[in-house]
Design a protein around this ligand. Sequence first.
Ligand code: CP3
Length: 380
Amino acid sequence: MARQDRWTESSQTETAMTGGSRFLRACLRKPVDRTPVWFLRQAGRYMPEYQAVRREHSLIEICKAPALAAEVTITAAEKLDVDAAIIFADLLLPLEPMGLDFEFQAGEGPRVHHPVRGAADINALRTDRTAELGYVAEAIRRVTAHFGDRMGMIGFCGAPFTLASYMIEGGGSRNYLETKRLMYTDRAAWDALMQKLTTVLADYAAQQVEAGADVIQIFDSWAGALSVADYREFVLPVTESLVRQVQAQGVPVIYFGVDTATLLPSMRETGADVIGLDWRIPLDTGWQAVGAHCAVQGNLDPIALFAPEGLLRARVEEIVRQAGGRPGHIFNVGHGIVPGTPVENVQRVVGWVREICAQMKAEPAAERNQPPFAFASRPV
Ligand code: CP3
């Protein structure tokens, strides 16, 4: 279908399109009236409303109190006027029902008290207590009751590799030494850990879908630490299995990682509907790497939100124009919004994405960036 036709088809559905349907349609590579937008970590520490709740409650308390988690989720999505809300929770929550205690230390990130180091620790991990995470589903129920179809509802979980890295390293890591040591030296233990994580994460995602999540995002934030060969051998098969199990619940999957330029074609093999791109790769090059039959999400540098208005707008415009109006682009940052980000800049970006999409629709087709499915940049 010619680009002109795609825009035309989309404008016919415009009146019926809500933020939620716009977001979901883009995940499925269907035409939309304009590019949907949301932001990784949109509810977090840069937002004064969150800071106010956080002064009264710890992070874990907020996650475990559905009324608070829902409030934080709703406030951020409304304030930014985005097309999707991501449930306020944390990647590490499933560790607790698996039998690992952890805490968030001020300014230092998560700390797992007794990291997993070998087969015996892995044998002891529980997979039968995922129902204890029901507070996340309950928060989703409240958010969907508030928004109805107006807003896309994103549930999320970690990917097996990224969660395993926290379990094994005990926190964030630079070299992933212990994680890779286990992966290389005890294949059976590694596979058992991946299997247990997949069981728990699939259950957890199913609870979220049942509660109303339209889409599940799987965060493989640290997959970029792996070589292509290691990713393919130790991580891809189990991640594919998780993606398929989530899709079997009837929702699309967004699969996200950071520093993944070389991994993108392999990440696509998980079967995910949407691949998250970080900002290191031009959007069109990344899209070409995952293939035109996959949707993409991204990929503004979150630190560009600190740049002067002219430069920030130019970066936003580059991304929207590289996507070129093809169905299947969700505008986002390439990694989470960081503390200190000016909220008004995030709001401006939302407005600009809308403006630029409207401008592009008004341009004669020839002036638009590229013909359908021909990408501006050269392949990787
Ligand atoms: O909009 C949102 O902020 C949504 C909620 C959300 C949190 N964590 C709350 C949180 C989401 C989507 C996450 C995901 C998460 N958690 C990831 C994957 C996303 C990514 O950025 O790659 C990861 C790796 C974690 C683990 C985690 N949680 C770390 C490393 C840290 C400390 C560093 C940091 O990012 O702040 C956290 C703490 C955390 N989780 C905070 C929030 C709002 C900040 C701490 C606080 O409020 O006390």
